[in-house]
Design a protein around this ligand. Sequence first.
Ligand SMILES: *[C@@H]1O[C@H](CO)[C@@H](O)[C@H](O)[C@H]1NC(C)=O
Ligand SMILES: *[C@@H]1O[C@H](CO)[C@@H](O)[C@H](O)[C@H]1NC(C)=O
Ligand SMILES: *[C@@H]1O[C@H](CO)[C@@H](O)[C@H](O)[C@H]1NC(C)=O
Ligand SMILES: *[C@@H]1O[C@H](CO)[C@@H](O)[C@H](O)[C@H]1NC(C)=O
Length: 779
Amino acid sequence: MGRCMMLFLALISVFLAPALASQSYVVYMGAYPDSPLLRTSGKPHHQMVSSVLGSELAADEAMLYVYKNFNAFAAKLTPEQAALLAEREDVLSVIPNGKHHLHTTRSWEFLGLEDVHGNVADNSLWKKANYGEGVIIGVLDTGIWPESKSFSDDGFGPIPASWKGECVTGDLFGPKYCNKKLIGGKFFLNGYEAEEGRLNTTATGDYRSARDLEGHGTHTASTAGGSFVPGANTLGFANGTAKGGAPLARIAAYKVCWPSTSGSGGCYDADILAAFDAGVDDGVNIFSVSLGSNPPLNPLFRDGIAIGSFHALRKGITTVASAGNAGPSPGTVSNVAPWIITVAASSIDRDFNAFVVLGNNVTIKGESLADDDLDENKFYPLIDGASAPAPGGNSSTSKYCLANSLDPAKVKGKIVACLRGVTARVDKSYQVKVAGGIGVVLINPPENGNELLADPHVLPALSLGYEAGQEVYKYIKSTRNPQASILPTRTVLGVKPAPVLTAFSSQGPNTLIPDLNKPDITGPGLNIIAAFTEAHGITELPGDNRIVKYNIISGTSMSCPHLSGVSASLKALYPNWSPAAIQSAIMTTASQKSNTEAAITESTSKVSTPFGIGSGHVDPNSAADPGLIYDNSYADYFNFFCALGYTKNNIKAISGESFTCPEEKPKVSNLNYPSVTVSNLAGSQTITRTVTNVGSPSGSYKVSITSPPGIQVEISPSTLTFSALGQKKSFSVKITKVSSSKGYVFGSYTWSDGIHSVRSPIVVKTSAGTKDSSVTELN
Ligand SMILES: *[C@@H]1O[C@H](CO)[C@@H](O)[C@H](O)[C@H]1NC(C)=O
Ligand SMILES: *[C@@H]1O[C@H](CO)[C@@H](O)[C@H](O)[C@H]1NC(C)=O
Ligand SMILES: *[C@@H]1O[C@H](CO)[C@@H](O)[C@H](O)[C@H]1NC(C)=O
Ligand SMILES: *[C@@H]1O[C@H](CO)[C@@H](O)[C@H](O)[C@H]1NC(C)=O
């Protein structure tokens, strides 16, 4: 598990440690009373806290945040004090200050926004949307490196008049570090400090400001909205013009993730809520959130990202979030609220090829970003880490090349084969170097299949897939004097097949809301180049002084901002579209094919399902002209809450609003979502959907259906005729069990007018215990 897992990124795990009992809580009340004074003063909240703490002064010290867009506050409390508050009638819920983790150049060409020469065609979303001009992207992350050329404002007009945010002064950050591109920078750490103690800037090196120590926030912000920067490369690799998904959009950084000193670091709910609260008031149009937590997931009314993004939704703001890096196991997807665009990660058609030549002259392809080379005309001794344990140790740690696990006497001057897993990939080559080795062959365990991550190792090294790795292990066993050489890395374009879903990308089914398919979409998240912090060397390992302006990293953290950029461009093109409309346009126009015209696969070569890729791979130019959209208003999500069985108080806690559920309980499947999921089909279920015409002023759409195996799908009516833009038409989808199937089965339906294809995946699981081919109406 690397930084990729928890930060939803790929290198070192900075934020891992045991969970501690909460020392701070977020307290939710009902809707704000209408008095604006109450909204801003926070006085009633202070009184509540002093009532349990005994004094005004103690309450002042305990208060972490009073939120403005929702009637809630965060405070340092003992569990007993929290329980006292929870008993009050005006308090809806008291939740522990939970923690989340941080879950290019070529990628835009791969997405069809430009051609190989960087030319942008007339049908490109970029051209239509004027590169996202006028839109503001708020990035919740580790902050930003303001000096990066990706945040240069050359050629930018004035800051949009609607903008109310600012660049808050702190360590090496403030108004003078901002410009017409980077228009906001705020930092939120009260929630972090309540749990982990005051940020120790000496021990962590981090800045008490929006400046980015980690690099993750700089990378995601520049992917979403970076300016054009020619000649961007990492250690000479992937040289090209860097740019974000909405190169003329403005960026505001909200730093909510902090490193560990004694605690475990991370991104706390109280701080995440404060960032959403600020961003909504500042005038952000798109929130990009490359962080989350792994299952078991909290209900939506206890999840800071879900609550914060719901308040953003009320103001018409889209939130895009990463699906997580806990794949390929099923049921690992996070950030599953329907108003969030949940993003999986797949490859692009670029490889960083490196080769290992074995002593028997067999040459095996892998990937690397190592910038140090061996003499390619020479062979060097090769050893399996498993057979070089340090004195007193054994192969269970040395096969992974963990710290102090290798015997320098056995490793010196040799290339070492190390198994991927347990520690960061770049740490393994570092440990080999420390032990006197000269090269590393890093081998995937079976679960990582042939997924290859290119890493900037501190000595000549490359990653190999599982099967290729077995070849190396076999060779080592076959000879008394195993030898190898490692050839230098070269950048290769036009790789096929691409995209391929990454093994780390978190997968469905949705463990919290089984009748809502997640993730929604996949985008580029493997070996992505974007801007980086210059606060430390590329690997953060001791003695690695290779400062880079651009770094290549992997994760759903990297695919999320691709979708944030695309969403920002769509927002620029259609300023009045709701977040649901933007989400629908992206999902219904997605592609299910790779560049070989075959179905998109996973790294194990099996065809991916909607649990892996959601509706498919993002196709920005098609999203600019979706034809029909599945829209939802803010109000529409309230029936969805009722369908989840949420109480009045649960609904108030998430929305701040009082809502009485209809007598007949709504169904989750009936949320007007661009995909259809029935997780417990007994007999037959009929679902309704409504589409809005945003394509041609008039025309007819015909439906075509690919039923999941063993399931019959009927759609009525099968033709929808429109006579005006904005016109809405409803239809029913009847899903019937025909024969028994084990587990989930997948299909799709598509509306087409000959120009637009509006596709929705269908995900069905039949309930156990119903008789074969019995068709019972159970609506
Ligand atoms: C902060 O870290 C430094 C270096 O590790 C240490 O010397 C110092 O005591 C720490 N300060 C506090 C307040 O813990
Ligand atoms: C990157 O490409 C630019 C433009 O083609 C070129 O001038 C520059 O030397 C290249 N840099 C590297 C490190 O390859
Ligand atoms: C590998 O190739 C080299 C150069 O062609 C040759 O000299 C050598 O004998 C070959 N080794 C084996 C084991 O085939
Ligand atoms: C190998 O070492 C690990 C960790 O030091 C230990 O837990 C394990 O029991 C050892 N295994 C054997 C076979 O000695």
